[in-house]
Design a protein around this ligand. Structure first.
Ligand code: S3P
Length: 441
C-alpha cells in the first residue's frame, strides 16, 4: 500500500539546530571505490537510504563482503580484479541513476554477461550517455533502445579513451573514470564542469589523476591501472538534503535554522549562491577541510523580501538537484525569474521541469515553459486556501519532498501520495520536519 501524507497547517515559527544524513553521492562513491581497494575500508556517517543499500547489494552480488551498523560501514575490497562475475548475474540498481551509471564503468572487465536493471522510473532514463564511452573502452552491450535492462560484457583488453562529456553529467564522467581505473594507459576526458567528488576521492587515495580547469571546460587525465589500499572516510551531511530545510526556513516566518556539518563542495553549492542572489539570508560558518571535501555549518533565516533571478547558466550543474526548490522560492520572489538550458531536468527520476511547472500552476503561479527553460512570475502575496493533491511523480524523492516544503510554507490543505519514495535519499526527512514543529499526518 502506498502511504499518503496530509498537511493542513503551515509550520509554526522555529529556531532549531539539525543534522542531515550523510551525502548520497559520497556514500555511493565510497562503496564503489572501497569495493576496488585492497583490504578493509571504513566509512562513518554513511547514508542509510535505499539507493545506498542498492549499492551495497550490488557489490555483494559481485562477490564483495561488507558490514554495516549504526556507527560505521566496512567493506572488504579485493583489488581492481576482485569482482566475481558469475554468468547472467542480475544487478538491480533500484531507483539510483548514480549507482547504475557508475557501476557500468566497473563492469569493463566482466568476464561473463551481467544484467543491469532498475525500477520503473530508472528504466525510463537514458543510458546512451554511458553506453557510448563504454563501447569505446571495449565493452559489449546489448540493450533495447539504450534503456534498462541492459546486458553487459567486459573485455580482457580495455582501451584507454579520449572522451568529450558534453552534458555536464558527473555520472557519465565518473563512469568513465571508474572504467579508466581498470584500464592500463591514459584516459582523457574533456568535460563541462559537474560535481567533482570522484576526482577528489581519487586525489585523496593518491591515484594519478590530473585536472586542468579552463573557462567552461575541464580536461581530466588519468593513468590506470594501479591498485590502492583500503581507506577510512568520514561522510559529511548532504547539501541536497539540507536544501529542503534551507528553503523551508527562508519561506517561513520569523524562523532560523542551523544545519551542522554539511558538504559545501563548490560544484554542489549553486543553490546557496542562487538564493543569496535572491536576497536569501544564508551564512556559512566553521568551514573546514574533510578528506578532500569542504564542510561547514549553514545558518539560514526567514526572508520576506526575496527578489527574482535571471539564473546564469553556469549555475545549472552546480544546482542540478535543487531546481524544484529554487522554482518554489522564485514563485515567492518579487519579479520574473528566468532559468535557461535546464533540459537535463527532464532526465531525472521524473521530468522535473514539467513537475515544477505543474506544481506552480496548481498553486496559481503563472509560468512559461519551453523544452529547456522556464519563466516564473513570482507572487510574494500568494495565500493558499484550497486543497492540493500531489500524485504523479514517478517515485521521485525530490518531487515528493518539495511538495512537503510547499505545503508547510504556503498554506492550504495538501495530500501527498507515495511518500515512501523519500526513502531513496532521505529516510528521516519527515521525522526531522516533525522535530522542528511540522504537523504531518
Ligand atoms: C550525481 C550526479 C547528478 C545528480 C545525481 C547524483 C552523482 O546527475 O543529479 O542526483 O552522484 O554523480 P548527473 O550527473 O546525471 O547530472
Amino acid at each position: 500500500m502506498k502511504r499518503i501524507a496530509y498537511i493542513e497547517k503551515k509550520i509554526h515559527k522555529f529556531n532549531k539546530k539539525i543534522y542531515v544524513p550523510g551525502d548520497k553521492s559520497l556514500s555511493i562513491r565510497f562503496i564503489l571505490m572501497a569495493s576496488q581497494a585492497v583490504g578493509k575500508s571504513v566509512a562513518y556517517n554513511i547514508l542509510k537510504s535505499e539507493d545506498v543499500i542498492s549499492a551495497l547489494l550490488t557489490i555483494k552480488n559481485l562477490g564483495i563482503n561488507y558490514k554495516i551498523n549504526k556507527k560505521y560501514c566496512e567493506i572488504y575490497g579485493m583489488g581492481l580484479n576482485g569482482f566475481k562475475f558469475k554468468n547472467n548475474t542480475i544487478i538491480n540498481a533500484g531507483n539510483s541513476g548514480t549507482l547504475a551509471r557508475l557501476i557500468f564503468g566497473l563492469l569493463i572487465d566482466a568476464r561473463n554477461s551481467i544484467i543491469l536493471r532498475g525500477d520503473k522510473s530508472l528504466s525510463k532514463r537514458d543510458f546512451y550517455r554511458v553506453i557510448e564511452p563504454m563501447k569505446m573502452f571495449g565493452q559489449i552491450i546489448e540493450s533495447k533502445n539504450n534503456y534498462l535492462p541492459i546486458k553487459i560484457k567486459g573485455t580482457k583488453y580495455p582501451r584507454p579513451i579520449n572522451f568529450f562529456e558534453r552534458k555536464g553529467s558527473a555520472q557519465v564522467k565518473s563512469c568513465v573514470l571508474l572504467s579508466a581505473m581498470k584500464t592500463p594507459g591514459i584516459t582523457k576526458i574533456k568535460c563541462i564542469p559537474s560535481r567533482d567528488h570522484t576526482e577528489r576521492l581519487f586525489k585523496y587515495l593518491k591515484l594519478p589523476i590530473k585536472v586542468k580547469k579552463k573557462k567552461n571546460l575541464e580536461i581530466i587525465t588519468f593513468n590506470g591501472k594501479k591498485n590502492y589500499k583500503g581507506f577510512n572516510y568520514i561522510i559529511p551531511g548532504d547539501i541536497s538534503s539540507s536544501s529542503f530545510f534551507i528553503v523551508l526556513t527562508l519561506l517561513s516566518k520569523n524562523s532560523k535554522i542551523l544545519i551542522k556539518n554539511v558538504n559545501i563542495n563548490k560544484s554542489r553549492t549553486g543553490i546557496i549562491d542562487i538564493l543569496k542572489k535572491m536576497k536569501g539570508k544564508i551564512n556559512l560558518k566553521n568551514i573546514k577541510n574533510n578528506m578532500g571535501e569542504k564542510v561547514a555549518d549553514i545558518v539560514v533565516q526567514s526572508t520576506d523580501n526575496l527578489k527574482s533571478i535571471n539564473c546564469p547558466i553556469n549555475m545549472n550543474s552546480r544546482s542540478i538537484d535543487e531546481f524544484l526548490l529554487i522554482f518554489l522560492v522564485a514563485s515567492q520572489a518579487k519579479g520574473i525569474s528566468k532559468f535557461k538550458k535546464i533540459e537535463e531536468l527532464r532526465n531525472k527520476e521524473t521530468d522535473r521541469l514539467s513537475f515544477g511547472n505543474n506544481l506552480l500552476n496548481k498553486i496559481g503561479i503563472k509560468t512559461k515553459m519551453t523544452q529547456d527553460s522556464i519563466k516564473i512570475y513570482g507572487n510574494p502575496d500568494l495565500k493558499l486556501k484550497d486543497t492540493y493533491e500531489i500524485r504523479k511523480f514517478d517515485k521521485d524523492h525530490r518531487a515528493c519532498m518539495v511538495s512537503f516544503i510547499a505545503a508547510l510554507t504556503l498554506g492550504g490543505k495538501w495530500k501527498i501520495h507515495d511518500i515512501d519514495s523519500i526513502k531513496t535519499s532521505f529516510p528521516n526527512f519527515i521525522s526531522l520536519l516533525k522535530q522542528i514543529g511540522a504537523k504531518i499526518n
